[in-house]
Design a protein around this ligand. Sequence first.
Ligand SMILES: [Zn+2]
Length: 157
Amino acid sequence: MKFLADGMLGKFARWLRMLGQDVTYSAKYTDAELLKMAKDENRVLLTKDFELYKRAIARGLDAFYVQGSTESTRLAEVSSRFGLTLEVDMDKSHCPICNTKLQPAPKEQLKDMLEQNTYTYYNKFWRCPNCGQVYWQGAHWKQITSTLAKAQQKKIK
Ligand SMILES: [Zn+2]
């Protein structure tokens, strides 16, 4: 299953990518482009625009109207609807920035790119082979797992 997020769901697209989903997103796509891409690439259109949602459904496309106003509610809605896991496995994650699948990166190769403290305290790193961004489960990780735990609680069982 592949997704396509409308221009209002940029932050949400990053969450889904981190959860291992293939999500195309750009704030520049027009409605017509979104509909064409959903059809041509067989992607589920995620949108906060009810009119666009209706147009997609009328054309026989797979679409989901995202109603939640917080990331955790949106994650709960979409994971309930499509049966997505709400746990991050970095070995399956896509780059939140560019949607390319991340690769584990040996720490030694990153020595010049990381701050001394990061290099000292963390041992597992991942790198995007496309944009070069390096990821690790750092101080911000608690916030991420807390949002995902909230989403899990809101999920329709
Ligand atoms: Zn990337």
